[in-house]
Design a protein around this ligand. Structure first.
Ligand SMILES: [Zn+2]
Ligand SMILES: [Zn+2]
Length: 313
């Protein structure tokens, strides 16, 4: 799984921060989590191919999360995209996209498949399992959990190579034979297979206040991408505006025993490099595996050997 943080700013862009959007690659599937204004420019500066994009997930309809969509849709068209594009969001997404398509003239030659997810709904997009719960924000919204499927088996290449050599068959041919046997449901030597590592999972909060159910929903995720709009001392304001503080996001990560926390969506109140440094320090003091990504910074999330352990007390 590869992540590129295209924008880490919340509410409005600043000279040095772009708005919310994270590019995610899971195997060969490519998603965008939100698409704030300026996202397409950030995509062009990254090595994420927007032409190969499969789906855009919308957390909610505030401008800082969606205003990049119309421009991106048009750019895809101008680049002769033919592949369909999924857009998934809360109730009202269909109407929103219809409006967006009418704000300027363009001809679209690819199909848009717009899906409205009910809070709590589970579905698959391009083989990735998607689960949602409603957020607690000033506007209806969804929190997403994306799960890569865990394969039923993995071929043990080394053993297969040895076995193939023993019987004098090309290892590639031997692997093909083995896979065919499995496909047909025939039993094969267990020694030739490995226990697969569990598929990776990611939770994206969008904008939300902290609430208990979020801990359960995020439990054991490999990656938690959480909003951390406010400095830690502004917990009351955060609750009132439907956002989290840095400390709340870090506590969420700790309680949910996630693998890694990425904090994003910072209010312009958190100023400059020093402000970000402070966020990093505070978050890491609560949850060691916290990171504040730089814009356009890329992270590779490897598969874990075993599912994550119990939450630390
Ligand atoms: Zn926002
Ligand atoms: Zn919002």
């Amino acid at each position: 799984m590869r992540l590129i943080f295209l924008g880490i700013g919340g509410t409005l862009p600043t000279a040095d921060r772009s708005l919310s959007s994270v590019a995610v690659e899971i195997g060969s599937v490519r998603f965008l989590l939100d698409c704030g204004e300026g996202t397409q420019k950030q995509l062009m500066r990254s090595n994420f191919s927007y032409m190969k994009l499969d789906a855009i997930f919308i957390s909610h309809f505030h401008g800082d999360h969606i205003l990049g969509i119309p421009g991106l849709l048009q750019t895809l068209s101008l680049n002769n995209r033919r592949k369909e594009l999924y857009i998934i969001g809360p109730t009202g997404t269909r109407e929103l996209i219809e409006h967006m398509e009418r704000i300027s003239f363009y001809r679209r030659e690819y199909s848009l498949i717009v899906g409205e997810a009910e809070p709590g709904e589970e579905f698959d997009v391009k083989g990735v399992r998607v689960r949602t719960i409603p957020s607690r924000h000033s506007l209806q919204g969804l929190i997403y959990r994306l799960e890569e499927p865990t394969p039923e088996y993995v071929v043990n290449r080394e053993r297969v190579k040895e076995r193939a050599a023993e019987v004098g068959v090309d290892p590639e041919e031997y692997t093909k034979m083995l896979l065919k046997k499995i496909e047909k449901g025939e039993s094969v030597d267990e020694e030739l297979l490995k226990r697969p590592r569990p598929g990776r999972s990611l939770v994206y909060t969008g904008d939300t206040a902290f609430f208990e159910e979020l801990v359960e929903f995020s439990k054991g995720a490999d990656v938690l991408i959480s909003e951390a709009t406010f400095p830690s001392e502004m917990e009351e304001k955060a609750l009132e505006w439907g956002h989290m503080t840095v400390a709340q996001a870090a506590r969420l990560a700790k309680e949910a025993s996630v693998g890694m926390l990425f904090l994003i969506h910072f209010s312009p109140r958190i100023k400059g490099v020093e402000g970000i440094e402070e966020v990093r320090r505070e978050a890491q003091a609560i949850f060691g595996n916290s990171a504040v990504p730089e814009e356009l910074e890329e992270y590779v999330v490897r598969k874990r050997r075993s599912p994550p352990g119990k939450p630390s007390k």
